[in-house]
Design a binder for this molecule. Structure first.
Ligand code: ATP
Ligand code: MG
Length: 417
């Protein structure tokens, strides 16, 4: 394989989805098809224990949903900056750390980019959220260092980082015809990031852009947190969440929280967690609910439930109508409901904190609403109808511009250096 001429690969390693873009020397950036022509792929790894093979992306999710024996890992990015990153898990005959599993995912992205480009990309700009970890600079720095190490270990020679919202802004700028001051909003699966920037065709040509970035803020809240909250409010009662036991006390809620958190589901299937769940039997008045909890754990249905909740969230947001969460794979006829009212009520606090972070960004930039030309929306969760309503209420009269939900950050990374 030929060595590459100068060019930059942008990798948006997302909590839920990843995308990759390439910019050859001075050319325009282009997204790289990662899976059957799709330009973004789920950040998912599935280890098939029958065939001892590892699958990635849509293929990984499909294997899991088809009921193949094995192990699904999602939201790997949420482990960066946490001690869990260095815990190992049995994959085939080996014990592998989650850091190395992130490495195998990055290696797959690199391999697919190499196939598409016909050359080995050497230089990579990786995206990073404004905060991997809120209010803990040390763990935040560790998170970036771990991601850098993983990228170096798979063979990239030159690894640099760019903030995800700045990358999104640089991508948006490629299409602007006049100078604008924009609040860029990137709502993903794990984090919500904001930046206020001055953008424009003339500014784009300048080498030094730091004075155009007026402020950045970020909060560790994203679509996977919405999924957790909706899972707890709409579904987990079917397993005993908030169920009163014979002594009048509720079943301890930890197991429901963990089962509803994409990056923690996997740990609930470990023998230790299952033994603990068995001991909860005496906390239930209705044994049927406890049996259901045990079935979910022993038959490993946690990801399926989270997947159904996520799909219902998206359906409900798009159709603005009540939708059914189908859980019949768990038990014939079992279902739950989700309506727009539930999205509003259950996500109110998370969305209020997210909108407050957007406001903080504009305040830190020293601006008021009147100085903003537009609010540019990117990231899958920015499509959530209740978020857009809350954001527009905070910034009345400022135009919301919907951008590329899944590819913009990778495109901006590729043009950012
Ligand atoms: N139409 C939609 N309405 C609401 N949410 C959506 C929609 N489509 C996707 N999502 C949510 O968007 C999230 C994924 O967005 P995205 O791919 O931008 O995140 P990410 O880049 O992987 O995460 P992060 O940037 O936080 O690391 C998921 O939580 C998904 O449920
Ligand atoms: Mg993202």
């Amino acid at each position: 394989m030929a060595l590459s001429p100068p060019g930059t690969l942008g990798i948006d390693f997302g909590t839920s989805n990843s995308a990759v873009a390439w910019r050859s020397h001075q050319g325009a950036a282009q997204l790289i098809a990662l899976e059957d022509g799709a330009l973004a792929m789920p950040t998912a790894v599935f280890f098939n224990s029958e065939q001892q093979r590892t699958h990635f992306g849509r293929d990984a999710v499909a294997q899991y949903l088809e009921g193949t024996e094995g192990r699904l890992m999602r939201s790997l990015k949420s482990l960066l900056g946490s001690p869990l990153l260095h815990e190992t898990t049995q994959i085939g005959h080996e014990q592998i750390s989650f850091q190395d599993i992130i490495g195998t995912f990055l290696a797959t992205l690199r391999e697919r980019a190499t196939q598409q480009l016909g050359q080995i990309p050497r230089r990579v700009v990786m995206g990073r959220p404004v905060h991997f970890v809120d209010d803990d600079p040390l763990r935040d720095a560790q998170a970036e260092a771990s991601l850098r190490e993983a990228a170096q270990a798979v063979g990239f020679d030159e690894v640099s980082f760019q903030l995800e919202p700045i990358a999104a802004a640089l991508d948006h700028e490629q299409r602007l015809t006049r100078e604008s001051t924009v609040l860029v909003v990137d709502l993903g699966g794990g984090t919500s990031d904001f930046t206020v920037v001055r953008l424009g065709p003339d500014r784009m040509r300048r080498a030094e852009r730091s004075s155009d970035i007026l402020a950045t803020t970020g909060v560790h809240i994203g679509g996977t947190d919405y999924d957790r909250q909706l899972n707890l409010s709409q579904v987990m009662h079917l397993l005993g969440h908030k169920h009163q036991g014979p002594d009048g006390r509720e079943v301890p809620s930890r197991v429901f929280f963990d089962l509803a958190s994409w990056h923690l589901i996997h740990w609930q299937y470990q023998p230790r967690a299952i033994s603990h769940a068995k001991t909860l039997r005496s906390n239930y008045s209705d044994p049927h609910l406890h049996e259901r909890l045990m079935r979910v754990l022993t038959e490993r249905h946690g990801h399926l439930m989270a997947h159904e909740v996520e799909q219902a969230k998206i359906r409900c947001s798009v159709s603005r109508a009540e939708t059914t969460i189908n859980l019949s794979l768990l038990e014939p006829g079992l279902q739950a409901l989700m309506g727009v009212n539930d999205l509003q009520l259950q996500l109110r606090e998370l969305l209020a904190r997210t909108v407050a972070c957007a406001r903080e960004c504009v305040r830190a930039a020293g601006l008021g609403n009147a100085s903003l030309d537009a609010i540019y929306l990117t990231g899958g969760s920015s499509a959530l109808s209740t978020f857009q309503v809350a954001l527009q209420a905070e910034f009345p009269g400022v135009a919301l511009v919907e951008g590329d939900l899944f590819g913009g950050v990778a495109m901006g990374l590729a043009v950012s250096r």
